[in-house]
Design a protein around this ligand. Structure first.
Ligand code: MG
Length: 387
């Protein structure tokens, strides 16, 4: 029976919660490189049992919403109401023409729900219940108190810390919502008021609600990162001139290097390596030689752009390493200036930047001093969006 169930998730993201800081409603604030809402949507969209996801938003935040979910397979967002209850009802009414069997109602602020929480919700419908809701047991002792003095204790064994998503047979919760008085805090309250039976299923600490500024740090700390390493390679040919640019440093030489930009093979190889870590194409895709804007351009901006793209994905640059391949000019005297310049462009400590040099024993085009080659490696850590 379960295979046949159509399970739809409604994510409520219509709130204007600025309490968490960051200058935008918290569901649009970034954690590990992407907005909280996108984490929430990706979790639910990625669960194999869920057949569709819709999001209820405040239309004033439409531009933030569009940016947050760009590229994800979502229907038009639903316009929310003045309260959470009204927003959920709007989400349910939007399904009314073609009701799924089960609907999950979820808060965008609980962005990191593990799959097991959803598995348990779905499994609960094997029993004869109208709904299911994840919860965690109350671990701390509970005690009443007034006027600065404790009074009697409270039996914690019967108390639960309720989370979302909350799952219901869709016709039952839609009818309950339509009939509900205002002021309900969640769907369990509405379901119980309507006499529905709601199962308690296992919650998870990772499904905590991001509310306060410190919660963003907690969410960030929960993020797991995976390592990526990529290489880059570049060659430029010698021509007339009095200096070359290598790794962002002007090095006096009896030739120059020919290229559309400043022909800094070291920075070009490193730019390609960084782009490689996020599979973002190569330097020619981002700065086409056909574009006159890059004629004679200083190559530090290419490298800075690649670093920006890595950081935009929530990435951290761990280490970069460049090898310059030439007979002349001698790199050794400039090596530390090159490391310092790359460290400055990338915003890294100099201990994370390596520059090396080698010759090719007078063999090949570098040996004949026809040009300079450079190869580079970059290693970064990127957040696991679906860990
Ligand atoms: Mg180049």
């Amino acid at each position: 029976m379960r295979q046949a169930m159509r399970i739809h998730a409604i994510i409520v993201a219509a709130g204007a919660g600025f309490r968490a800081g960051g200058g935008v409603p918290k569901q649009y604030r970034a954690v590990a490189g992407q907005p909280l809402l996108r984490h929430a949507v990706e979790r639910l969209l990625g669960h194999p049992a869920i057949t569709g996801v819709s999001v209820v938003i405040n239309p004033e935040c439409r531009a933030l919403y569009d940016a947050a979910v760009a590229g994800l397979a979502l229907p038009e967002p639903i316009t929310g109401g003045a309260t959470r209850q009204e927003s959920v009802l709007a989400g349910l009414e939007a399904l009314a023409a073609d009701l799924p069997d089960i609907v999950l109602v979820h808060d965008a602020a609980r962005a990191f729900v593990p799959d097991a929480v959803i598995d348990a919700l779905v499994a609960a419908f094997d029993d004869d219940v109208d709904g299911a809701c994840p919860a965690l047991p109350q671990i701390d002792s509970l005690r009443r108190g007034e006027g600065g003095r404790y009074s009697d204790s409270v039996d914690r064994d019967s108390l639960w810390r309720v989370q979302t998503p909350q799952a219901f047979r869709t016709p039952a919760i839609l009818a309950a919502h339509r009939a509900a008085a205002s002021g309900a805090t969640d769907e369990v309250a509405i379901a119980l008021a309507a006499g529905l039976r709601v199962a308690i299923t296992p919650g998870d600490e990772r499904a905590f609600k991001v509310t306060e500024p410190a919660d963003f740090a907690k969410a960030e700390a929960m993020t797991t990162y995976s390592s990526r390493a990529a290489s880059g390679f570049d060659v430029h040919k010698f021509g007339p001139g009095t200096h070359v640019w290598l790794c962002g440093v002007k090095v006096p030489h009896d030739h120059g290097l020919i290229g559309h930009s400043d022909a800094d093979a070291g920075l070009h190889a490193l730019t390609d390596a960084l782009l490689g870590t996020i599979a973002a194409g190569d330097i020619g895709d981002h700065f086409p030689p056909s574009d006159d804007r890059w004629r004679g351009a200083a190559s530090d901006q290419f490298l800075a752009h690649a670093a920006h793209l890595v950081r935009e994905r929530g990435g951290r640059i761990d280490h970069v390493d460049v090898t310059l391949i030439c007979e002349r000019p001698k790199v050794g005297p400039h090596r530390d200036a090159m490391r310092a310049r790359i460290a400055e462009i990338l915003g890294l400590g100099i201990d994370r930047v390596s520059v090396k040099a080698t010759t090719t024993e007078k063999l090949g085009f570098t040996g004949r001093q026809e040009g300079i080659a450079a190869q580079a490696m970059a290693s970064v850590r990127l957040p696991e969006q679906d860990a």
